[in-house]
Design a protein around this ligand. Structure first.
Ligand code: HEC
Ligand code: HEC
Length: 197
C-alpha cells in the first residue's frame, strides 16, 4: 500500500517536472526556494547564498547553468530542473528587487587585510584586485555577482570550489584567481565582503 502510494507519487512528480511550472515567482519562492534562500531572499542558513539584491542577469545565468548541468550542486541542481526560461526570468526579477541585508559584524583585523586584497590584489602572487571586476563597492555588474553582504560561509565554499574546479561554470576566470588565495586570504576577503553594505 505504502509502496504503491510512493510509486504513484514518484510518477506524478516526474510528470510534473517534464513541463514548466505554471506558478508566479512569488508562489514558487513561497513553496520552494524560500526554505533555503528566504522568502525575502535572505538565506535561512549561512551555507546558502542570499539572493536579495543579486543582479538579475547573474541569477538568470546561474539558474540556466544549473538547468543545463554546467553548474552542479546536489542540493541546488534538482531545484532548478523544472524551471522554464520564463520562470527563471521572473524569479531573477523577484530576488533582484529585494533589498540586500547589510551590516554583519566581522573580525576587524581580517577585515583590514581583506579590504587590501579586495581593492589592491596581491602583486607578488600576480593576483588582480577583486574590485577590478566586482566593482569598488562589490555590487557587481549585470553578469558579475554582487558579493557585498553575502554570507561569508557561502563565499568561502565557492572560492574553495573554484580552486578545486568543483564549481564548473567559470573555470577560466575565477579558477585562476581563487587558486592564488591562501586559506588566510580567503578568511580575510570573505570577512571583508560580508560586512559591506
Ligand atoms: C534545499 C535548499 C535550496 C532550495 C530549496 C533552493 N536552493 Fe538555490 N541554492 C542552494 C544551495 C546550497 C546553493 C549553492 C550551490 C553551490 O554551492 O553551487 C544555491 C544556489 C542558488 C543560486 C546561485 C547563487 C549565486 O550567488 O551564485 C541561485 C540563483 C539559486 N540557488 C536560486 C534558487 C531558486 C530560484 C530556487 C527555487 C526554485 C532555489 N534556489 C531553491 C540551496 C537551495
Ligand atoms: C577578471 C574578473 C574577476 C576578478 C578579478 C575576480 N572575479 Fe570573482 N567572479 C568573476 C566572474 C566572471 C564570476 C561569475 C562566474 C559565473 O558566471 O559563474 C565571479 C564569481 C565570483 C564568486 C561567486 C559568487 C556567487 O554568488 O556565487 C565569488 C565568491 C568571487 N567571484 C570572489 C572573488 C574574489 C574574492 C576576488 C578577488 C580575490 C575575485 N572574485 C576576483 C570575475 C572576477
Amino acid at each position: 500500500m505504502l509502496l504503491r502510494a510512493l510509486t504513484l507519487g514518484l510518477i506524478t512528480l516526474s510528470a510534473a517536472s517534464a513541463q514548466a511550472l505554471d506558478m508566479s515567482a512569488a508562489d514558487i519562492v513561497a513553496s520552494r526556494c524560500g526554505v533555503c534562500h528566504g522568502t525575502n531572499g535572505q538565506a535561512t542558513a549561512p551555507i546558502y547564498p542570499s539572493l536579495a539584491g543579486q543582479n538579475a542577469q547573474y541569477i538568470t545565468k546561474q539558474l540556466t547553468d544549473f538547468v543545463a548541468g554546467r553548474r552542479v550542486n546536489e542540493t541546488m541542481s534538482p531545484q532548478a530542473q523544472d524551471l522554464s526560461p520564463q520562470n527563471i526570468a521572473e524569479l531573477a526579477a523577484f530576488f533582484s528587487a529585494k533589498p540586500p541585508r547589510v551590516g554583519r559584524a566581522a573580525n576587524a583585523e581580517s577585515v583590514a587585510l581583506g579590504k587590501f586584497l579586495y581593492t589592491q590584489g596581491n602583486a607578488s602572487a600576480n593576483m588582480p584586485a577583486c574590485a577590478s571586476c566586482h566593482g569598488d563597492s562589490a555590487h557587481g555588474t549585470a553578469l558579475l555577482p554582487r558579493l557585498a553582504g553575502q554570507n561569508a560561509r557561502y563565499l568561502t565554499g565557492q572560492l574553495q570550489d573554484f580552486t578545486l574546479r568543483q564549481r564548473t561554470n567559470d573555470n577560466a576566470v575565477m579558477h585562476d584567481i581563487a587558486a592564488k588565495l591562501t586559506p588566510a586570504d580567503i578568511k580575510a576577503v570573505t570577512d571583508y565582503l560580508t560586512q559591506l553594505p
